[in-house]
Ligand binder design. Structure first.
Ligand SMILES: [Zn+2]
Ligand SMILES: [Zn+2]
Length: 183
């Protein structure tokens, strides 16, 4: 068990990676490390939709993960989608090692509004906690302020707190403790 590996997929602002490291360190008992940035795989680009297929990025992250990594979190600024959904804020394997978060729709500019760095930071932290939670086996929570509640649009992201509810937080702690016991 060697911790969480954070990796930029394509060009990602350094400050966003720092926000993510800070949030992850607050909740996870593992070391957090950076992997060298990865290029967005060409196969991921969907010319019809002008978006990137999340599955291809997840596949690349899984391949790049060293076998001793507990979790690998990719961060990208491009817009992600899967065939069934028009967009994704992020994707994760349930109780599995790989997750990805897209910053694209967390920017106010995406909605034609002026940039708001603090809001971008808050949204990034919420979505990172959400996808990381899935990788530790947490499912969607019915508490709208919990980081694990399902957000299908940005207003629902903004309704969340930058933390898990007590129940989800406890579950995360238990799962992390179990993983720490594994070598
Ligand atoms: Zn989810
Ligand atoms: Zn919860």
């Amino acid at each position: 068990m060697n911790g969480l590996y954070l990796v930029a997929v394509g060009s990602v602002p350094e400050k966003a990676l720092e926000w993510i490291e800070g949030a992850a360190a607050e909740w996870l008992p593992f070391p957090i490390r950076r992997l060298p940035p990865l290029s967005i795989p060409e196969a991921a680009y969907d010319t019809k939709r002008g978006q990137y297929q999340s599955v291809e990025i997840m596949k690349m992250l899984a391949e790049s993960a060293s076998r001793d990594a507990a979790r690998v979190l990719g961060v990208t600024d491009v817009d992600l989608a899967i065939p069934m959904l028009s967009f994704l804020f992020g994707q994760a394997q349930l109780d599995g090692p790989v997750a990805v978060v897209s910053l694209c729709r967390l920017h106010q500019e995406f909605y034609g509004l002026p940039a708001d760095e603090n809001l971008l930071r808050e949204r990034t932290v919420k979505e990172v906690l959400h996808e990381l939670g899935h990788t530790f086996g947490l499912v969607h929570c019915s508490e709208p302020t919990c980081a694990m509640s399902l957000a299908t649009h940005i207003e629902l992201v903004d309704a969340k707190d930058e933390q898990y509810c007590v129940r989800c937080g406890m579950q995360l702690v238990r799962r992390c403790a179990a993983l720490e016991g594994e070598v």
